[in-house]
Design a binder for this molecule. Structure first.
Ligand code: URP
Ligand code: ZN
Ligand code: ZN
Length: 489
């Protein structure tokens, strides 16, 4: 008898990519997909996938793991708990953050996050570098070197007191991103509007969690998007706008893309499935639903679905930002905090894909290929992990989630594997669940059991790639009064 050609064959499933859905076996050799066909010869091991969907493992390109918040609060999750919970939800790659605070050396920050991930991560990972202190040392020495080492995306905040960068330093960061070939990602909200609203609300005695949503006035999003897009266009630097929450915000992005500007954007499940009403609960309970930007209205949910359908928004990430509902997290300022004293953020690594699967496949919104595109293929392409990650293709890493489309699950706090202690999506009744999950050919989750060790995830070095490449069309060049533009860069 000849040796089996494959270590593992996933047999008889329905395979989906961002462009096709077809019945096939998937043969895995070592860490890679070695063949897709029907029928494949037997493998050393086999998984019976009849009646199941065989999809690329999810890529969650925006999640906060083991990160210190602006207010000095540590996330509830370690790399171990966060990546375990990601795996149970069908996600096989995370891009989290190496977060600089003012006064910190960025190279050292990145090293520290690497050490944490090396110890705990169970799935593959990469980092966006948060720049909060754009000193000359950071911009001229650290950033370019770190981009070369495979950290080809930078994140900035336009709000949050101790993290925000103002317009002028933001232009410096955009220019550094351009010169080093990195994508610039942004949390874009108008800081002045939010802080003005907060002061007036608190002065008038409006302190409950629901006023958090009101303090982030809708216009604070569209205004910041416009300003950021304008600055990026001035020097022709591609950008990714994180967590779009409003119809007006989506419209600004659509217009920018229509003008040929390289603007990418994402939204998150909290903006597709929750509304500001979720924050309106007795006592402090609404704090569990507090994130920034806040969930908005049902009409915004529809506008965001439309923007996903049209391609104005290209990915759906979790923005997993877990804080426990106790004195280590949301209630760190005591038992009677005002909304400004409560940490912003929700857990979501584990629920992102099941929520989207239920909406897009079980309930039929946008369908299977679009689900794969938004959750795996598009983030892989934008963040330059493709073709290694993000699809089911010969030669790709065997990162695969096998979904039972008939399994019905009601989400609950108790079934989550992260350390937050609650899910904002508790009580959601979903159809479709990832029953077996593979990372680089290893079965890491099967029938609710984990079979992978902390520290077995790998760092994914990324270079800038197509998304981060300037268009070559400077705003300053097309404006005749500013035709000195290029010489300023
Ligand atoms: O509320 C959120 N999203 N917290 C996490 C940090 C951020 O704004 O992305
Ligand atoms: Zn943010
Ligand atoms: Zn975030």
């Amino acid at each position: 008898m000849t040796n089996p050609a494959y270590d593992l064959v996933i047999r008889g499933g329905r395979v989906a990519t961002a462009s096709d859905v077809f019945d096939a076996d998937v043969g895995i050799l070592g860490e890679k997909i070695a063949a897709i066909g029907s029928p494949l010869t037997p493998g050393k091991r086999e998984i019976d996938a009849r009646g199941k969907l065989v999809l690329p493992g999810g890529i969650d390109s925006h999640c906060h793991i083991e990160q210190l918040s602006a207010a000095g609060i540590m996330n509830a999750d370690t790399f171990e708990s966060a990546t375990a919970s990601a795996a149970f939800g069908g996600t096989t790659t995370v891009i989290s953050f190496a977060a600089q605070h003012v006064g910190m050396n960025l190279t050292q920050v990145v090293e520290e996050y690497h050490a944490l991930a090396r110890k705990g991560a169970m799935i593959d990972y990469a980092f966006h570098m948060i720049v909060a202190d754009p000193t000359r040392e950071t911009l001229e020495n650290d950033l370019p070197a770190l981009v070369k080492q495979g950290h080809s995306s930078i994140k900035i905040f336009m709000t949050y007191e101790r993290l925000k960068v103002d317009d002028e330093p933001l232009l410096d960061i955009l220019l550094t991103a351009r010169q080093s070939g990195a994508l610039l990602c942004a949390h874009a909200e108008n800081h002045g509007i939010i802080s003005w609203m907060v002061k007036r609300l608190l002065k008038a005695g409006y302190a409950d969690p629901k006023y958090h949503a009101i303090s982030h006035a809708r216009i604070s999003e569209a205004e910041a998007f416009n300003r950021l897009i304008g600055m990026a266009a001035l020097i022709d630097q591609p950008i990714m706008i994180f967590h779009v929450s409003t119809a007006e915000g989506a419209r600004v992005i659509r217009e920018a893309r229509g003008q040929g500007l390289k603007v990418f954007a994402e939204t998150c499940p909290q903006y597709l499935f929750l509304t500001a009403d979720d924050l309106d609960k007795p006592g402090l309970e609404g704090a569990k639903w507090m994130c920034s930007p806040p969930p908005r209205r049902a009409a915004d949910q529809e506008a965001l679905w439309q923007a996903l359908a049209l391609g104005d928004l290209q990915t759906v990430s979790s923005d997993h930002a877990p804080y426990r509902f106790d004195d280590t997290g949301k209630l760190r300022a005591g038992r009677a905090p005002n909304f400004k004293q409560i940490a912003n953020g929700l857990p979501g690594l584990e629920t992102r894909l099941p929520l989207l699967f239920d909406a897009m496949i079980s309930k039929g919104r946008l369908g299977l290929e679009k689900f794969v595109e938004l959750t795996a293929t598009a983030p892989a392409k934008i963040y330059n992990l493709h073709p290694r990650k993000g699809s089911i293709a010969v030669g790709a890493d065997a990162d695969i989630a096998i979904w039972d489309p008939a399994r019905e699950v009601t989400l609950s706090d108790a079934m989550m594997h992260d350390r937050t202690g609650y899910t904002p999506f508790g009580g959601f009744k979903l159809r479709g669940w990832p029953v077996t999950v593979l990372s680089r050919g290893r079965i890491i989750v099967s029938d609710g059991k984990r079979s992978v060790e902390p520290g077995s995830g790998r760092f994914l070095a990324r270079s800038g790639g197509e998304a981060a490449r300037p268009t070559g069309r400077l705003a300053a060049d097309v404006d005749p009064e500013q035709n000195f533009g290029a010489s300023l860069l």
